[in-house]
Write a protein that binds this ligand. Structure first.
Ligand SMILES: [Zn+2]
Length: 452
């Protein structure tokens, strides 16, 4: 199986998403987890963007030694030198240079011609290469760039010494078929392309980031840029966990391998949510709260008989402690009985019928019956004058207490919601940037500091 390089940009592109900014110690914690997860490249930040970014890249480079550590830079001297300075202590440094190539960006954002763009890209890569062997170049907004011009730029940066060429769908505009074709075109038309790694970087504005990334891989890309929980600019980046597990679960269609330790996916997701205070949507694939929850009675029954009936991967394979059966009005007796057992209550068929009858009434009122609701219901029934036999009224085992304590997690969700609505801190350091000669002539160019 062909090996795909996993380039994680949670700490750079991901951190740019509203509410997801992290301080240096938080980035360090996350970087260690990404190392445990087995990603190949960690994009640790955008050193020129702020002191904090610079320090974070420097700190991560100093202590996280296995993966490649990348620093982002615009295609100008100051940015590249600053990135290189931050990467000094890295065991395996990479400078990641980007420059927009689409006409709309050239005309309205950079105000340079195609020819100037071509020259600036080559010059920047040459400079980066003179400092660092490992150089990545990204033609920003590649998917809205004239393919012919895109191929010219890629050829120029390959000649200038780039070792990885990343094709970003910066605005999340492409579709799988189109993106696959673009990668194929680049492979066919660009001289020297076989010497470099083609990479993909997709945004999720149309919900296609993962599909587009996989299409690019199928077309020959061998590095994929992605983030934990899919965080990133606007609708986010391609989600690392989804890409990795798509390849793990479907090697028949996607015969590619990664070095990711999939059991570390859930812990990584949890850590990121905890650090940023931004919760993952419950139905998020792989790591969402409901990703392994089965509510419908027929599903629950099947799951209890054999998990393969409804589970294409085990929760354990992605680090989720256990499959969770949600008790709602569609749940069956079997699932209810098992949950009662787990809470320390054994019932015979007759008693279970009575509990089930009341459970359905309750589930109609409150969508989801938590363990504490179920315990209250059981307690109410126990207090009532005995109508049937008493032998089944076993006292709860001590375990029940722990089980109940672990179920009341709603408060953390509310906390995250609150954080989401808080104003996003703006970085004052951005205002004091020194700019390259090109942009000094055009002051309006300085107000973009978001990457690809
Ligand atoms: Zn991006």
């Amino acid at each position: 199986m062909e090996r795909i390089t996993i380039f994680d940009t949670t700490l750079r592109d991901g951190e740019q998403s509203p509410g997801c900014s992290m301080n240096v110690p938080e980035k360090l914690r996350m970087a260690h987890q990404l190392d445990r997860l087995g990603v190949d490249v960690i994009e640790a930040g955008f050193p020129i963007a702020s002191e904090g970014d610079f320090t974070a890249v420097q700190a991560i480079a100093a202590v996280v030694r296995r993966p490649i550590i990348a620093g982002l830079a615009r295609a100008c001297t100051k940015d590249i030198e600053r990135a290189w300075q931050a990467l000094q202590g890295a065991a395996r440094p990479r400078i990641h240079v980007f420059l927009a190539t689409s006409d709309i960006h050239l005309k309205y954002k950079l105000r340079i011609s195609r020819q100037q763009c071509l020259e600036q890209a080559s010059e920047a890569v040459r400079l980066a290469k003179s400092l660092c062997d490992d150089v990545e170049f990204s033609p920003e907004d590649a998917t809205r760039t004239d393919p012919e011009f895109l191929c010219q730029v890629v050829e120029a940066v390959v000649a200038a010494g780039a070792t990885t060429v990343n094709i970003p769908d910066t605005v999340g505009y492409t579709t799988p078929g189109e993106f696959g074709n673009l990668i194929r075109t680049i492979r066919e038309k660009v001289r020297g392309i076989e010497k470099v790694t083609i990479s993909t970087h997709c945004h999720d504005d149309l919900g296609l980031a993962v599909a587009n990334s996989l299409a690019a891989i199928t077309a020959g890309a061998r590095q994929v840029e992605c983030t934990i929980n899919g965080i990133g600019e606007r609708a986010g980046n391609a989600s690392l966990e989804e890409i990795v597990m798509a390849m793990r679960v479907r090697p028949d269609r996607l015969a590619y391998d990664t070095a990711v330790v999939s059991e570390q996916l859930f812990p990584a997701s949890q850590m990121l949510s905890e650090i940023t205070g931004v919760a993952v949507q419950p139905n998020k694939a792989i790591i969402g709260r409901n990703a392994f929850a089965h509510e419908a009675g027929i599903h629950q029954d099947g799951m209890l008989k054999n998990p393969l009936t409804y589970e294409i991967m085990t929760p354990q394979s992605v680090g989720v402690p256990d499959s969770k059966l949600v008790l709602g009005k569609h749940s069956g007796r079997h699932a209810l009985g098992l949950r009662c057992e787990q809470l320390g209550h054994q019932f015979d068929r007759h008693q279970l019928d009575e509990i089930y009858r009341r459970f359905v009434v309750l589930a109609d009122q409150i969508k989801q019956v938590e363990d504490h609701h179920l315990l209250e219901l059981i307690a109410t029934i126990r207090k009532e004058p005995a109508t049937a036999d008493h032998h089944a009224q076993v006292k709860p085992r001590p375990l029940a207490v722990a089980a109940v304590a672990g179920t009341r997690s709603d408060s953390s969700c509310e906390h995250s919601q609150l954080l989401l609505s808080m104003p996003i801190p703006t970085d004052i350091a951005l205002a004091s940037l020194t700019l390259n000669p090109v942009s000094e002539r055009r002051a309006d160019q300085e107000d973009y500091l978001w990457g690809v």
